[in-house]
Design a protein around this ligand. Structure first.
Ligand code: ZN
Length: 341
């Protein structure tokens, strides 16, 4: 029944030809909204309406923005963005918020990209019954990383970024809960903070990880599916069509896979510049649980080896933790600004 109805909508839209964007409505337009078809005519940009997926795509030569009816989640190129209001269908016309138009015409110099608040999840690894790695100087990873995470939070908050901590105390948080914190539409970045250990005590340096491409087993993982449901319900799309769900998840995946390696490389590069006495072990793909199952861009930073005496001492010093946190904050801010914050 549902399929037949969707098929009928599709036929209707196709038979309307290229001007398949629904026309101007006879009802009053909400104060915040613009009629999609008028934007396209006025700005000379291309608008596409997919009635099956309930998606709107607006594109110029420089950029393409994809948005969904009823949701503030949108994608500018491969970047995940939040609209000021969800696109609506009113009397057969698509109504969109003005910032959607600004995103597309700004690249042609006609309007400014709107500013929005960045939100970062800072995830201090381990905690409670899980001490993490134990340092040669008896330092515990869970204590080192909580202190660094708090400094990162303070630096980001000072810069006007909203921060969500997965823990702000010595408590145990499951990997599932951590990955859920990074699977909400309002989150721009998930940062997981750890310290490394190796049986070879000469191993040292900072390394930053991101998720490589996921295989079909990863994509079907129970936790990933639970996080997907959480994302859809936060977007008000829990009863949406399978087609729309597929579009949302494909775009989220593309956004995460494009942003995470860039952020990881930026942090790695920045830290090697600001902390030259530490060895730069680079930016690499890895299969950590929180990297695979968070739906937003995610990186995991190994801030040094507690199994190496020199680095264990550095990681327990306040000045080194401050340098690390400052370097991470600066690279995150640069990344967010580059993304158009
Ligand atoms: Zn760890």
């Amino acid at each position: 029944m549902l399929l037949r109805r969707l098929f009928a909508v599709l036929i209707l839209l196709l038979s309307a030809g290229c001007a398949s964007v629904p026309r101007k409505p006879v009802v009053d337009i909400p104060a915040h909204g613009l009629v999609l078809v008028e934007i396209c005519r006025r700005d000379g940009i291309t608008c596409e309406w997919d009635g099956l997926g309930q998606t709107v795509a607006v594109s110029s030569r420089e950029n393409r923005v994809l948005a969904m009816v009823g949701s503030t989640l949108a994608f500018s190129g491969e970047r995940q963005v939040t609209l000021s209001a969800p696109p609506l269908l009113l009397s057969g016309a698509v109504i969109v918020p003005p910032d959607l138009e600004a995103m597309i015409v700004s690249s042609a110099g006609k309007a400014e990209v709107p500013r929005w608040i960045g939100r970062v999840v800072v995830d201090a690894g381990h905690g409670g019954k899980d001490p993490g790695a134990l340092g040669v100087n008896k330092a515990k990873e869970k204590e080192i990383v909580l202190d660094i995470a708090r400094r990162i939070r303070d630096g980001l908050v000072r810069a006007g970024i909203e921060v969500i901590m997965t823990r702000d105390d010595d408590e145990f948080i499951s990997l599932a809960d951590r990955s859920q914190s990074g699977s909400r539409p309002e989150v721009d970045i998930f940062l997981s903070i750890h310290a490394n250990a190796h049986k070879n005590r000469s191993a040292r340096g900072i390394e930053v990880f991101f998720s490589g491409p996921l295989n079909s087993t990863d994509l079907a993982d129970d936790q990933r599916i639970r996080n997907g449901r959480l994302m859809l319900s936060s977007l008000g799309l829990e009863n949406s069509s399978a087609e729309l769900r597929r579009i949302v998840f494909d775009m989220l995946y593309a956004s995460k896979m494009s942003a995470s390696p860039r952020l990881s490389a930026a942090i790695s590069r920045h830290l090697s510049g600001t902390i030259p006495d530490s060895r730069n072990r680079g930016s690499k793909p890895a299969r950590f649980f929180v990297l695979r199952h968070t739906l937003t861009p995610a990186v995991l930073i190994e801030t040094g080896f507690v199994s190496n005496l020199r680095e264990a001492r550095l990681l327990t010093s306040e000045s080194y933790r401050r340098k690390l946190a400052d370097g991470i904050v600066e690279s995150v801010l640069e990344f967010l600004y580059d993304q158009g914050l």
